[in-house]
Design a protein around this ligand. Structure first.
Ligand SMILES: O=C(O)C(=O)C[C@]1(C(=O)O)C=C[C@@H](O)C=C1
Length: 360
């Protein structure tokens, strides 16, 4: 390519950038108008509208003609909306920290980067921060495709007045990060217990007999490994980078499609969007056919259950509660009727929230 044609293409790009910037600013002004209208209508000063955001992103995905991928197009618009919202009032979002955890990645994927983030030490602290109003929203992990449920999150949902207002699904890619010059020098491996479990087969094969040390988070594992040349961490590449740790092996997780689902916690369920999920916790006295009978209305109304999980009930030994995820919103007519019928049979029925399904 000669200098002249490079120059002219770059000049065209500069012109396009000017137009994009002007349009983004025009969009930001329109979003500010919405904020003023909300204020005038006496609505709360929380301007975040998860249902509308899901609608915007799905529409972008549907009209995207490429060459940008749908994932990249939605990511860019996610950030534009995040910046527009921050002009009105930045959102405070608590998440399972420290910085560099997969939960932080999930929070940024869901809310964009224009948030005030509040990394906390444990799942319980995230619930408390949102319950007290210190943070408007919280993000916690709830299930992993290799390792199953994050039981602490389920147990806490049972007792919390918070609602689930969103979900985020993220591929989880673990890396072996270490200052060791070669794999034979590694004497101990730090990770979160989920990270250790998700990479068990790889570690059994490549590092048999090496001590495995569970710590509070994968980011903490990276920090500890950065202090010791005979240690390694199983963590994200972002966490490795944060602590200046070289990656010895990327993508070491056992399932090639290892993904984690995160929940967004808030105070109010978003309105229906047409592509929603509802999470419930239910229980019925222990008797033959009890659970099947309790779930029967779901089948009668043709509702699709995407998850059923049992947990010991806090009420008594060998008593169980069941966590159920369904496609649909609790205000959809069929789901509403089914819930009404279940309510009559259940000893416990708590709607944990209805929220837009995760957008890829
Ligand atoms: O539509 C609204 O209610 C807005 O406030 C605008 C907007 C946007 O930028 O599109 C901004 C924040 C909300 O979370 C949803 C959408």
């Amino acid at each position: 390519m000669n200098d002249e044609s490079l120059k002219s293409i770059r000049a065209r790009i500069d012109g396009i950038d000017d137009q994009i910037l002007a349009l983004i600013n025009e969009r930001a002004s329109a979003a500010a108008e919405v904020a003023h209208a909300k204020q005038a209508a006496g609505e709360s000063t929380d301007y975040y509208r998860p249902a509308r955001e899901a609608e915007v992103l799905r529409r972008i995905r549907d009209v995207n003609a490429g060459p940008l991928s749908d994932a990249d197009a939605t990511r860019l618009f996610r950030e534009i909306m995040s910046a527009c919202l921050a002009l009105q009032r930045p959102l405070t979002v608590a998440f399972l920290g420290p910085e560099g955890t997969f939960t932080q990645e999930a929070a940024l994927k869901h809310f964009g980067h224009a948030i005030e983030s509040s990394p906390l030490d444990n799942i319980d602290a995230v619930f408390r921060e949102v319950e007290s109003g210190e943070a408007a929203y919280g993000v916690v992990p709830v299930e992993n495709s290799t390792e199953g449920m994050v039981t602490h999150t389920l147990d806490r949902l049972l007792s919390s007045p918070l609602q689930i207002v969103g979900e985020v699904e993220m591929p989880v890619v673990h890396s072996l990060a270490t200052r060791a010059a070669e794999i034979a020098s590694i004497r101990r491996i730090y990770s979160h217990s989920q990270g250790l479990a998700q990479c068990r087969a790889w570690v059994d094969h490549h590092l048999p007999g090496v001590e495995r040390i569970p710590v509070a988070s994968t980011a903490e594992a990276a920090r500890l490994a950065s202090l010791d040349e005979t240690a390694a961490a199983i963590a994200s590449e972002a966490a490795a980078e944060r602590y200046d740790l070289p990656v010895m092996q990327a993508g070491m997780q056992d399932g090639s499609r290892n993904a984690t689902r995160f929940l967004v916690l808030g105070h109010e369920s978003p309105e229906p969007t047409g592509e929603d999920k509802t999470s419930l916790v239910i229980a019925r006295e222990n008797r033959p056919g009890g659970l099947a009978g309790l779930l029967a209305p779901l089948a009668r109304y043709g509702l699709n259950m995407t998850r059923l999980e049992s947990r010991p009930s806090p009420e008594g030994m060998w008593e169980y509660v069941f966590f159920v995820d369904l496609l649909g919103h609790a205000e959809d007519p069929d789901l509403k009727r089914a819930l009404g019928e279940m309510q009559k049979l259940a000893s416990l029925l708590k709607v944990l929230g209805s929220y837009p399904r995760s957008i890829a």
